[in-house]
Design a binder for this molecule. Structure first.
Ligand code: ADP
Ligand code: MG
Length: 680
């Protein structure tokens, strides 16, 4: 921009980007023209407003730059108006009842805080998407609103600490993205993967992840080639892909970018997911982003690393070497602790989807209970504060390895903890529950808003205090006393913790359907209204969308299972049983008195298991049909899917996976877990 825009235009645009000053249409006109020239030089012929409707995916409709001239030629044009505003038909995107199909107008509005980029031959302009009446229909709008909210409240607190220079506070995010890579030929033969993104049947092979030989293992050539191209494609889009490695489960990998402002990080995470899939296709691979593509091995998540920083570059969650003396840090820390405790239900919901229902609370992912890991040093300081002013910070010291040629290493004051859903990791928090396939907008809207809310209370309180230092001490003490229950440094995967959390009164919300109502409680509605992040109408619309999405996804999964059972598994098993029966008859005819007990026993077991499989399949079919007709609203219907359809799927799978272990491998009608997980 600095190279291509006239100085004044550049300055004006920067003011809008950095300080939120309203955009002048004349500026947009000049920017549009410069953008067009830049894009055309890079081979672009089209432009699109790129937005994030409530589907969780991104949407784009391409227009070419061409514009006819009176003399029958064309010129390449792109106006300020086209840059600022788009008008996609809104009626076919999920709106949760805000839009009826006959009132279809929707608008996209240029988000100049997120850089435009070129994808293939198209200039993509990040935009927010709203209805004719101004309600947000997307994931970007509330995120931008929440960023303004937290900036405003955090600045109030900073001013009280004597900071007069910072103009804005931004939240920063680095999202680590986990994914699986499998062979495309195998993928195409699995209806469950094609329709639902996860396997609905599949017996575990003799080897899973127990040898822990995949984590950080050296990359297979094919995977390395994929990752190399993926990085290059992402760099072209302006996404700073940084780390790549193998993850715990076989065929599982991870990519992490360098962190950026939450808005850009959210856009970039969408681009990362999109690019992962596209590049995989070029390598004869398929990238699975589902939270639990395979039972029996780890699933995928996203670690949402989150912090707050001023526009002049100060990380507000940097404790320094003596955090007990850093009152400003302690106030921000306390605000987060309180926010997470008070709004645990909203955070839990922000991490809920059908895929994550298989992970959270199972022994591979954080539990469904929200708690905070602070580590030894900070916990110790908070314990001191509870009793009076804190006077010391525990230090890490040096680590000697016992070999004189190896350097002594400075040791962190605190070890890491891998089992906490919300862990302090040095100068940021890592929210580890986030689903791998979903936009990170949701979790960050919640984080920004709940922290903004507590910061506003804190600012109210401290602004009227006569004795500032005394008031800060009192405030910290109160928060520690009231909210220390949410701090837990132990093993989050243990059964003991589930019990302990219950005695502490922490919510343990086990499934998506149970989590969704949190979005329309009185508490949530007033919270989001106070900060102008989401109106009551918008919250209700999101509530409906979430419930419908849940029901639809379980319905697709159930119907896929039924179809695979009827048209693939049952016929294959019958074939095998027929072979067995024929073998018995042939052998008996050839050698009267020959021992055919093996075939006989196997035939009996296969036949009875098949009968049980058919019975479970019919049962699933029946409840799935019932589910479609459940009346009484979206919550009642989703609850029926959760309580009746979902368990019936589990029952059918159990028998199906057992049958797989009985049947001749050559007759099994789909690639097995062994092939999917170990033959990349
Ligand atoms: P892990 O040890 O959890 O695997 P990684 O090094 O893979 O951690 O990823 C850490 C992520 O945190 C990176 O995306 C990094 O850019 C991000 N990060 C670092 N500092 C901050 C910060 N201040 N705010 C937000 N994210 C940050
Ligand atoms: Mg991590």
């Amino acid at each position: 921009m600095r190279q291509r825009l006239p100085k004044n235009t550049y300055k004006a645009l920067r003011k809008t980007i950095d300080l939120g000053v309203e955009l002048d249409p004349a500026v947009a006109e000049v920017v549009a023209n410069a953008m067009k020239d830049w894009a055309i030089e890079k081979g672009a012929t089209h432009f699109t407003h790129w937005f994030q409707p409530m589907t969780g995916f991104t949407a784009e409709k391409h227009d070419s730059f061409i514009s006819p001239t009176p003399d029958g030629k064309v010129i390449m044009e792109f106006s300020g108006k086209e840059l600022i505003k788009g008008e996609p038909d809104a009626s076919s995107f999920p709106s949760g009842g805000i839009r009826a199909t006959f009132e279809a107008r929707g608008y996209t509005a240029w988000d100049c805080t997120s850089p435009a980029f070129i994808k293939e031959d198209t200039l993509c302009i990040p935009t927010a998407f709203c209805s004719y009446t101004g309600e947000a229909l997307d994931r970007k709008t509330p995120l931008l609103r929440s960023m303004e909210a937290i900036s405003k409240q955090a600045l109030r607190v900073l001013r009280l600490f004597g900071n007069e220079t910072s103009q804005k506070v931004i939240t920063t995010v680095g999202a680590e993205q986990e994914y699986f890579l499998i062979d495309k030929e195998f993928f195409k033969k699995r209806k469950d993967l094609v329709y639902t993104g996860r396997t609905l049947f599949g017996a575990m092979p003799p080897k899973g992840q127990e040898l822990e030989d995949h984590y950080f293992g050296s990359l297979k050539e094919r995977v390395a080639a994929y990752m190399k191209e993926l990085d290059a494609e992402l760099w072209k889009l302006g996404v700073a892909a940084k780390t790549r490695h193998n993850e715990v489960a076989p065929a599982q990998h991870e990519l992490a970018p360098i962190f950026s402002s939450t808005n850009i990080a959210t856009d970039h995470n969408q681009l990362i997911m999109d690019t992962m899939k596209k590049v995989a296709n070029r390598h004869g691979l398929v990238c699975l982003l589902h939270e639990k593509p395979f039972a029996g091995v780890n699933g995928s998540g996203k670690h949402n690393n989150w912090s707050m920083s001023t526009d002049d570059g100060m990380n507000l969650l940097e404790p320094g070497t003596t955090p007990h003396e850093n009152a400003q840090f302690l106030v921000f820390l306390a605000a987060i602790i309180k926010a997470v405790d008070v709004h645990a239900d909203l955070l839990r919901l922000s991490a809920a989807n059908t895929g994550n229902d298989h992970r959270l609370g199972a022994n591979e992912a954080p539990p469904a209970i929200i708690s905070i890991f602070l580590g030894e040093q900070l916990t110790d300081i908070l314990e001191q504060i509870e009793k009076g002013p804190a006077t010391s910070s525990k230090q890490g010291g040096m680590l000697t390895i016992g070999v004189s040629t190896l350097p002594a290493l400075p040791k962190d004051a605190t070890d890491r903890n891998r089992t906490s859903p919300f862990a302090f990791t040095g100068n940021k928090f890592e929210f580890r529950m986030v689903p791998s396939s979903a936009s990170i907008s949701g979790p960050n809207v919640v984080l920004n808003t709940i922290v903004a809310d507590v910061l506003s209370e804190i600012a109210d309180q401290l602004e009227k205090a006569a004795d500032f230092n005394g008031a800060v001490q009192q405030l910290l003490q109160d928060i520690v006393k009231q909210h220390r229950r949410v701090i837990f440094n132990g093993n989050g995967y243990s059964e003991d913790w589930v019990e302990e959390a219950a005695t502490r009164g922490l919510p343990n919300i086990r499934s998506t359907v149970e989590a969704i109502p949190a979005i329309i409680t009185e508490k949530a509605i007033s919270l989001y209204a106070r900060h102008g992040v989401l109106s009551e109408v918008e919250l209700h619309s999101r509530y409906e969308i979430l419930l419908e999405e849940y029901s639809k996804q379980i319905n697709i999964e159930a119907r896929t299972m039924i179809e695979m059972g009827k048209r693939q598994i049952i016929p294959a098993v019958i074939k095998f049983a027929t072979e067995l029966a024929a073998s018995i008859n042939t052998i008996k005819a050839a050698a009267a008195g020959a021992d055919v007990t093996v075939q006989g026993d196997l035939l009996a077991e296969v036949s009875s298991t098949l009968a049980s499989f058919k019975a479970k399949s019919s049962a699933l079919e029946k409840v799935t049909e019932e589910a479609a007709d459940v009346e009484g609203g979206a919550l009642t219907q989703a609850t029926f899917y959760r309580e009746s359809v979902f368990p019936a799927m589990g029952e059918l799978r159990k028998v199906g996976d057992y049958i797989e272990t009985l049947v001749d491998e050559a007759l099994w009608p789909m690639p097995t877990y062994g092939e999917l997980l170990f033959q990349v």
